[in-house]
Design a protein around this ligand. Sequence first.
Ligand SMILES: NC(=O)c1ccc[n+]([C@@H]2O[C@H](COP(=O)([O-])OP(=O)(O)OC[C@H]3O[C@@H](n4cnc5c(N)ncnc54)[C@H](O)[C@@H]3O)[C@@H](O)[C@H]2O)c1
Length: 271
Amino acid sequence: MSYLNELFGLSGKVAVITGGGGVLAGAIAEALLRAGANVSLWGRGNESLESAIKKLSTSTGLNKNLHKVIVDTTSEKKVREALSITEKEKKIPDILINGVGGGRGRSSFVDIDLGNFEEVLRLNLIAGLVVPTKIICSRWIEKGIKGSIINIASMGSYVPLSGVWAYDAAKAGVLNLTMACAKEFASFGIRVNAIAPGFFLGKQNRALLIDEKTGDLTERGKNVIEHTPFGRFGDAGELAGAVLYLASKKASGFVTGISIPIDGGFLVDNI
Ligand SMILES: NC(=O)c1ccc[n+]([C@@H]2O[C@H](COP(=O)([O-])OP(=O)(O)OC[C@H]3O[C@@H](n4cnc5c(N)ncnc54)[C@H](O)[C@@H]3O)[C@@H](O)[C@H]2O)c1
């Protein structure tokens, strides 16, 4: 086995990716598959999961290492059922990527719609972190599995992004819970880290960044590019290296509670 394979290879491992039909999840799944892992894509919509499987099968040829589970990760009961499906079809997962999340438009603070605010908190914190972490860590502790969790933070975890109040609050919470869970689960050998993507075109943020009619950047999109020293959006494939590093116990076995910005310099922008 080559040195790189020993350090980053994931053969024999099973990874669950929630929000498995999403844009970033697809790139993360591809990285994990290519590193040798089996991947269980968990998502709410059959159509987006099917299309993710088709795409991944074409790009990697590794469809035998891939399967889908339809699940709404807001529900503890449904997540327990999803876990037993993954266990039956593959085995108990070793890696959990908490990929559910996203925003729901912008507003001024005084125009906050409380229903929408609560929905975004539920999406990013409850479905996007708390429920899958609770259920899978409980199983890991029961079975003595020293798993690895990777949460998805955001630039809003570190600095408030304008007009997306609930998203900022939720993603600051994701960073906080990443650190808190790292401490909580350390004695079981379970590691909890996060990646923090800058701006990538996903399903839910596309309309904020690109004008659907003209295909041009929106004012918000222009602003993002101006504040990204690399002068572009990220390509989802650029998340692969950080994910493999955090997923692999050989590569990052003494690393827990950190977050890695992958942001083209957004956080170090200045005047
Ligand atoms: N795209 C970006 O620029 C960016 C930047 C920073 C952080 N992020 C974060 O990365 C994660 C993925 O983002 P994306 O852009 O790929 O989003 P996306 O909208 O493309 O994918 C999210 C997926 O989650 C699924 N989903 C939503 N609620 C669910 C639930 N309750 N149960 C199961 N599945 C559910 C959706 O169906 C969708 O397939 C999110 O947490 C997002 O906040 C994205």
